[in-house]
Ligand binder design. Structure first.
Ligand code: UDP
Length: 252
């Protein structure tokens, strides 16, 4: 992204974006907690045209054993894109990009997960991108957080994520694939809404200090919207759904 000349109108004279959104509008987001009966916890998210599933196992014994830590539990995250998830078939082998995204998602989740309660164990998070359309790391991070909560892993807070960015010299919320490719900046953010702490912040592109401040502000607003949907997904499963009637229901 960045650097490339825009070949399409990213922002029209009425301030409407290429997919019909206003500058401060996210795409449609749908989150479902649970769904995979063989994982300890799971979640599915649709973030615009992104479709992502996350499955969690643990806390469980660490293999290989030498990776275990006697003082704390460890978190492992694998982000993977299906070959059919993007326009041009993606090689199923892990790419550098997938290794990087796995690492940033892990680091964004670590401050939220109370790993110190489970020394010598591991919590594994597996993320499968079924369909990608820009902003998969944010969508994946948001789904992983719900999957961890669904697995009953003690957490200090949820991590909600959304990107801000810049197209046509204007700060926008929730960058889609076209805006990512042809726009000027993409700034994915992960945020713990109760603790008011940012756990992921990357920037691809160039922003002025004022634009950066604006991106942080609008990005947090996007994260707060995602947070409401994360809570709704968990409450639908555990309180309103088939397991519901106000009590804590069975898993899945
Ligand atoms: N993408 C693609 N092929 C790839 C990797 C990415 O078409 O091999 C697309 C995909 O839609 C992705 C977007 O490029 O969402 C932006 O990728 P980026 O690396 O910026 O990460 P993301 O925005 O998904 O977190």
């Amino acid at each position: 992204m960045g650097g490339r000349e825009a070949t399409m109108v990213l922002l029209d004279e009425n301030g409407i974006r290429c997919d019909g959104r206003k500058v401060d509008e996210t795409r449609r987001v749908m989150i479902k907690a649970g769904g995979l009966k063989n994982a300890d916890g799971s979640a599915y998210i649709e973030f615009g045209d992104n479709k992502i599933v996350a499955g969690v196992f643990g806390p469980r014994d660490v293999h290989p054993k030498h990776m275990s830590d006697t003082d704390t539990g460890i978190l492992r995250v694998r982000y993977h894109m299906e070959p059919f998830s993007v326009g041009e078939r993606k090689n199923p082998a892990p790419s550098r990009r997938e290794i990087e995204i796995s690492k940033v998602i892990k680091e964004a989740l670590e401050p939220a997960v109370m790993l110190e309660m489970f020394p010598r164990t591991v919590v594994d998070v597996f993320i499968e991108v079924l369909q990608a359309d820009g902003g998969t790391r944010c969508a994946a991070l948001s789904a992983a957080s719900v999957a961890l909560a669904d697995a009953g892993i003690p957490m200090r807070d949820m991590v909600a994520a959304c990107a801000a960015g810049k197209v046509a010299d204007t700060v926008i919320l929730d960058v889609n694939n076209e805006e990512d490719q042809a726009g000027q900046a993409d700034m994915p953010m992960g945020y713990m809404p109760t603790l008011e702490k940012i756990t992921l912040l990357q920037l691809d592109g160039i922003l002025t200090p004022e634009e950066y401040e604006k991106c942080v502000e609008i990005g947090i607003k996007g994260c707060m919207q995602v947070y409401e949907l994360q809570k709704k997904a968990l409450s639908e499963k555990y309180f309103d759904g088939e397991n519901g009637k106000g009590g804590r229901g069975q898993k899945r």
